[in-house]
Design a protein around this ligand. Structure first.
Ligand code: GLC
Length: 584
């Protein structure tokens, strides 16, 4: 091995504003291969899968009432299949007063009529499975709706059989809640109910009372919910708000910190009602039940340290298989070093789960776009997400370049978070606008007024336009997904970071014994030219082949030199020296 650094920048060009281009012939070459996704060796299906989150209100409206529905989703399964996703996670579609748009469940074992019927759901899973797409339900297990019959019974009297299904306490003194805990949506986490004069606890809004997971009857009922959905073909669950399942039994006050939050409440450290150790014990018990039915668990795990994230996998990999890495998701800078660091940490925790957008956060297109290179940057981020080792979770419309534009006037806000937090917190409506199917009225989502207005950008970013444009973001996602599904190194290969300290370039290998894929991503507005020391990496540069690139500088001056225009990427494939030698 040579001592020279494995990664050596050669020189840099001055900034040049050039449109990045896609190696177009590749899309055509790869798309048919989607039909034969390799589900190889002993890896469980979810390790090779790309998940796609659907916010059902906003995806496809089959009956023209302005709201998306299950039949709408079913009608778009071919689109999802052609895109190349392997599983859909459907945000809550259970009966609900829709106070928090379904994250307030009034019946865990049915479908809200606004979305259709259980029969529609069965048809959806059947049709999805027929196309090799698995179905994940959103399991809102921390709290129910205040309209759930369990809560109505619970609040009816202090001696109700379901009193202990929720968390009821006397106030500290007249007009004073039991402690200082705050709701995630602003104000106290306690609401006094006049029927019994006691307070009930809600980590979120008052319409979302927390279930008491210390009560075995609650556990039993919720475990049965997973069995119910197993009978309806559900392949797994995304565990909503799993961090906050348990509370300190003594209800000790949380320490307050300096300053105010976006709701004007004192800053607080939620040490007594967030990530209590009991959560892990409960997850192990839940995992036993879902394992019996072959269902996978995905976690909404808002961790602040890699140790916290690691803990969610379970000491014996016996908790959540796919805890989402929100530390990666909230690297809110287009920074190669920041992403390199976070990816390295995720690698050390377990099988990584990468997310860049969802229904609770501004879309990546808007967060990372600089207004001038948005398309190139969106391709850059997709190139990273879909070539890393781990399971990626996409958000509907991410593949089109859907943007986030929050409402401009308070009276237009629908999200309870935006209503209580305005104007500092404008809520999540901007992240949840209707899917952009075409340039027709309402983006082809519905023929009537949609529940949220379509985004102003829909004429440029929609399926109809992008599907026929070989250089579109949509076709770039398709090409990436096809690559991922057909290259074992991208599925199972180890992750080897390169370009250790480079401020502008994020680069890594994905490597199996037989093949190496090199991914080089230019996170800067300047062109980059680099000459990795391929030999030191065990790669014969003569075997390097470009699989996919958005860089205009396609013809390298010498084999092995990587030229990247602003915000572009290149994915290369090489045979390892060992393999080549054997073949010769
Ligand atoms: C989760 C959901 C979010 C919801 C909250 C309360 O964080 O992702 O949308 O508002 O839980 O259920």
């Amino acid at each position: 091995m040579r001592q020279r650094s494995a990664w050596k920048p050669v020189w840099r060009f001055q900034q040049r504003l050039i449109q990045a281009t896609l190696a177009t012939s590749l899309i055509a070459a790869l798309t048919p291969a989607l039909a034969q996704k390799p589900q190889t060796e002993s890896a469980p299906w979810w390790r090779h899968a790309v998940f796609y989150e659907i916010y059902p209100r906003s995806f496809a409206d089959s009956n023209n009432d302005g709201l998306g529905d299950l039949k709408g989703i079913t009608s778009k399964l071919d689109y999802l299949h052609q895109l190349g996703v392997d599983a859909i996670w459907i945000s809550p579609c259970y009966p609900s007063p829709q106070f928090d748009f379904g994250y307030d469940v009034a019946d865990y074992e049915n479908i809200d009529p606004m979305y259709g019927t259980l029969a529609d759901f069965d048809e959806l899973t059947r049709e999805a499975h027929r196309r090799g797409i698995r179905v994940i339900m959103d399991f809102v297990l921390n709290h129910s709706s205040s309209q759930h019959p369990w809560f109505l019974e619970s609040k009816s009297s202090r001696t109700s059989a379901k009193r202990d299904w929720y968390i009821w306490r006397d106030g500290k003194s007249a007009g004073q809640p039991p402690n200082n805990w705050q709701s995630d949506f602003g104000g106290s986490a306690w609401t006094r109910d006049a029927t019994t004069g006691q307070y009930y606890y809600h980590y979120f809004e008052a319409e979302q009372p927390d279930l008491n997971w210390r009560n075995p009857a609650v556990e039993r009922a919720m475990f049965d919910v997973t069995r119910f959905w197993h009978r309806h073909g559900v392949d797994g669950f995304r565990l909503d708000a799993v961090d906050t399942l348990f509370e300190d039994p003594e209800l000790k006050d949380n320490p307050t910190l300096a300053g105010k939050n976006e709701f004007g409440d004192p800053q607080m450290k939620n040490v007594n009602n967030d990530k209590l150790p009991e959560v892990h014990e409960e997850l192990r018990r839940l995992r036993q039940v879902t394992d019996e039915n072959g269902q996978v668990l995905i976690g909404e795990t808002w961790t602040e340290s890699i140790d916290e994230l690691k803990a969610y996998y379970g000491a014996h990999n016996d908790e959540i298989q796919l805890p989402m890495d929100f530390m990666f998701a909230t690297v809110n800078k287009l920074s190669a070093p920041e992403f390199r660091r976070q990816i390295g940490l995720a690698e050390s925790a377990g099988w990584p789960v990468f997310v860049l957008s969802n229904h609770d956060m501004p879309r990546a297109y808007t967060r990372y776009g600089d207004g001038m290179h948005n398309e190139q940057i969106a391709k850059l981020m997709a190139g990273m997400m879909l070539t890393l080792r781990g399971t990626p979770i996409l958000y509907y419309g991410e593949e089109l370049g859907m943007a986030t534009h929050p409402p401009e006037r308070k009276e237009d806000v629908k999200d309870p978070l935006g209503i209580s937090g305005w104007p500092q917190q404008k809520g999540r409506d901007g992240d949840r606008r209707p899917m952009q199917w075409s340039a027709e009225t309402n983006a082809g989502f519905t023929h009537v007024q949609p529940w949220l207005p379509v985004d102003a950008d829909f004429k440029q970013h929609n399926v109809a336009i992008e599907k026929d444009n070989p250089q579109s973001l949509l076709n770039f996602y398709r090409a990436l997904l096809a690559l991922r599904h057909t290259n074992p190194a991208l599925l199972d290969g180890e992750y080897v970071p390169l370009a250790g300290n480079d401020a502008n370039v994020l680069a890594y290998l994905r490597r199996t014994k037989a093949e190496t894929i090199a991914v080089v991503l230019n996170f800067s507005v300047e062109s980059q030219e680099l000459e990795p020391n391929w030999k030191a990496l065990g790669i014969d540069s003569a075997t390097l082949k470009v699989l996919l690139t958005t860089s205009e500088e396609r013809a390298a001056k010498q084999p092995g030199i990587v030229q990247l225009t602003p915000y572009s990427l290149v994915i290369l494939r090489a045979e390892t020296k060992g393999k080549k030698a054997k073949q010769e």
